[in-house]
Design a protein around this ligand. Structure first.
Ligand code: WT7
Length: 630
């Protein structure tokens, strides 16, 4: 059905030509020239970028493509932390701030490159003492504090595979991820701070470990006084790093060794463990961070994501540190202590590059201009967006109210699977509200029909990537079949799962997910996980969830529930089910609306047809219903 609709929005496009001086001073001065160079010789293009980084030994070949498997920087040896730490700490960036953290009540912590380097080596040695070896999986379930990043780097230092689980996930979600990855160690903290309240993390880990035999030890960072008591298998973080040697040489990693696993929701089945490797991922995130955010030596860069998502992996940690940036992070939410909190941070810290999500921008719009107007945002020079389409209205607001009409906006399209940004409008190119932009040099993307034909301007189709790229996922952990699906659903191309449309100049507008995944406040929530959580409640026989458009959160979750005999529908049960999902999966996955029904629309093979439910709910045409039962 995707190839049959016209997109009206495209006609309303407006353009912004930012100050041409941006192009003069930017790393990328001529997008088209750079793109042409890439197309002429992709290996030479990527090889040249890789040479900006440090390798223990260099590659035999830049890339080998054995559809659908790619290998990058063949036989090259490296350690990503050497590029993020050693090479800065040992030269002119030694005393430059690598990390600036702000907590509640004005708390602040700053790490210079040298200090971060030392903290990572101690943590790495601590993990080694616990028996962590190259290839072992460490699950990180922590709040947004410097140690969260330090532990990630410490894993990479010794070749352990990290699997970061966002602190907003609950017991069952954490348990599934620990078991799938067979994590040997879990690193957590006693609490996270959120809006002045402490949120327990350690107790969630305790419950998640009830059926998780792979876990040998839990490391607990204790933030609160008096110190929380530790159980048998738990060890104190400070204790772990106390008597360790200060130096930890970087493990020599092959370019294709696994760097991390990160779970992302699928529309069916369990979450997918997306596997990223060391060499290509380093090159891809370094290149995009430097060139898309146009990072310069004096920038103070703030990406508001949590490291529990890919955005945090690629654009808080690895990309920016490889580029030698000053990275700002905070545990403060945008609405605490008041809706000016983030704008105050921008003024206080002199943030120059700011990267956030449309859901946050829409929330700020709702609260009004008076909040940002209270602060001097003059330090900003580049604004970024990621996670969902940046609606033209949100673009205008972001550009004028936050950027003061001075700052280019980079609306970056990419995915957990792509590892790096793929489509955007490079600094100095004309921006079109509503359009992410064009594929960046290094990426071959298109919008095509089911038969593989490029769609004409204004027609919707499937967003695909036609050539391998260095930071692409290598597989889905222990489920290569799911990896192959990305490349075999449509012939010879990577199917991103999004619908999109192109204009006459090749600018791409993203229309949303082609499948059932629901994006709530910028987070992808798989229908299957929420439904399974509902069904695990004693009153529920069957459940189906859909996303309903919401002006602030992008979507909210609506659940349709069939009750078991003997249970009564009602308000009380609605809150009970919401509580149940919150306990299992965390607050982001809770359905805002629950409707009790007698029947669900299904295919002949027994699959629930969510799009039929959705069409009915929104009063739209359900499309092809030939597979519908009865
Ligand atoms: C999906 C990937 C990659 C970081 C965060 C999400 C949607 C992402 C944009 C954008 C429109 C976007 C897509 C994509 N998405 N960026 N700039 N414009 N949609 O990572 O959880 O793997 O989700 O997020 O639907 O497929 P993710």
């Amino acid at each position: 059905m995707a190839e049959r609709f016209d997109v009206k929005l495209i006609e309303k496009e407006k353009r912004y030509y930012p100050d041409p001086s941006y192009k003069e001073n930017a790393w990328v001065k001529d997008y088209q020239k750079m793109y042409d160079e890439f197309i002429a010789d992709p290996s030479a293009f990527w090889g040249k970028i890789a040479e900006e980084l440090d390798w223990f030994s260099t590659w035999d070949r830049v890339m080998e493509w054995n559809y659908p498997y790619a290998r990058w920087f063949l036989n090259a040896k490296l350690n990503i932390t050497y590029n993020c730490l050693d090479r800065h700490a040992k030269n002119h960036r030694r005393n430059k701030a690598a990390l600036i953290w702000r907590g509640e009540n004005g708390e602040q912590r700053i790490y210079t490159y040298q200090q971060l380097y030392k903290a990572v080596m101690r943590c790495a040695n601590g993990l080694k003492n616990l028996g962590v070896k190259k290839g072992d999986c460490v699950c990180i379930y922590m709040p947004l504090i410097p140690e969260q990043l330090i532990v990630m780097l410490a894993c990479a230092r010794i070749g352990a595979v990290h699997s970061v689980v966002f602190g907003g996930f609950g017991v069952s979600a954490l348990n599934t991820r620990i078991n799938d990855a067979q994590a040997k160690i879990v690193v957590t903290a006693d609490i996270a701070m959120r809006r002045g309240k402490s949120i327990p993390l350690k107790s969630v880990v305790e419950d998640a470990l009830i059926n998780a035999p792979s876990v040998e030890k839990v490391v607990v960072l204790r933030r609160r006084e008096p110190l929380v008591e530790l159980q048998d298998m738990e060890i104190d973080y400070q204790e772990m790093i106390r008597d360790v040697p200060p130096e930890c040489p970087p493990e020599v990693m092959d370019a294709e060794d696994t760097l991390f696993i990160l779970y992302t929701s699928g529309s069916t089945g369990t979450p997918k463990g997306v596997v990223h490797t060391c060499g290509g991922y380093m090159v891809g995130t370094y290149y995009t961070t430097k060139n898309i955010f146009d990072l310069k030596e004096n920038d103070v860069y703030w990406c508001t994501a949590d490291p529990g998502w890919i955005t945090g992996h690629s654009y808080i940690l690895y990309g920016p540190l490889a580029a030698g940036a000053t990275v700002f992070i905070t545990e403060l939410t945008p609405d605490f202590p008041d809706p000016g909190s983030w704008w105050k941070l921008i003024e206080d810290e002199g943030i120059t590059v700011f990267y956030t999500a449309p859901t946050a921008i829409r929330m700020f719009m709702k609260m009004g201009e008076s909040w940002p107007k209270k602060y001097n945002l003059g330090s900003l020079r580049i604004l970024g967006s990621v996670g969902e389409p940046l609606n033209p209205e949100a673009f205008e607001w972001y550009y004028h109210v936050i950027g003061g009409g001075r700052c280019p906006i980079v609306d970056t399209w990419w995915q957990t699977e792509t590892g790096m940004q793929m489509i955007t409008t490079m600094i100095g190119e004309p921006m079109k509200p509503g359009f992410a932009g064009k594929p960046i040099p290094g990426v071959v993307a298109d919008v095509i029909t089911k038969d593989g034909k490029s769609v004409p301007p204004g027609k919707g189709g499937f967003l695909v990537i036609k050539e391998p790229w260095p930071a692409m996922l290598r597989t889905v952990y222990k489920n290569d079949e799911r990896y192959r699906k990305y490349w075999y659903t449509l012939d010879n191309v990577y199917m991103a799962g999004d619908l999109a449309v192109k204009d006459a100049e090749g600018y791409i507008m993203i229309l949303g997910r082609a499948d059932d995944i629901i994006i709530v406040a910028g987070h992808n929530i798989g229908t299957a996980e929420v439904e399974s959580a509902l069904v695990s409640h004693k009153a529920v026989a069957e459940a189906a969830v859909i996303g309903k458009p919401d002006p602030v959160r992008g979507n909210i979750i609506k659940a349709f529930v069939i009750l078991r005999v003997g249970f009564r529908a009602g308000e009380k049960l609605v809150s009970e089910l919401q509580y149940h999902v919150r306990m299992m999966l965390g607050p982001i996955a809770v359905p805002s609306e629950i409707e009790f029904v007698d029947k669900l629309p299904k295919t002949r093979s027994g699959k629930i047809m969510r799009r039929v439910l959705k069409a009915k709910e929104l009063g739209m045409d359900p499309g092809d219903i030939s597979t519908l039962e009865e």
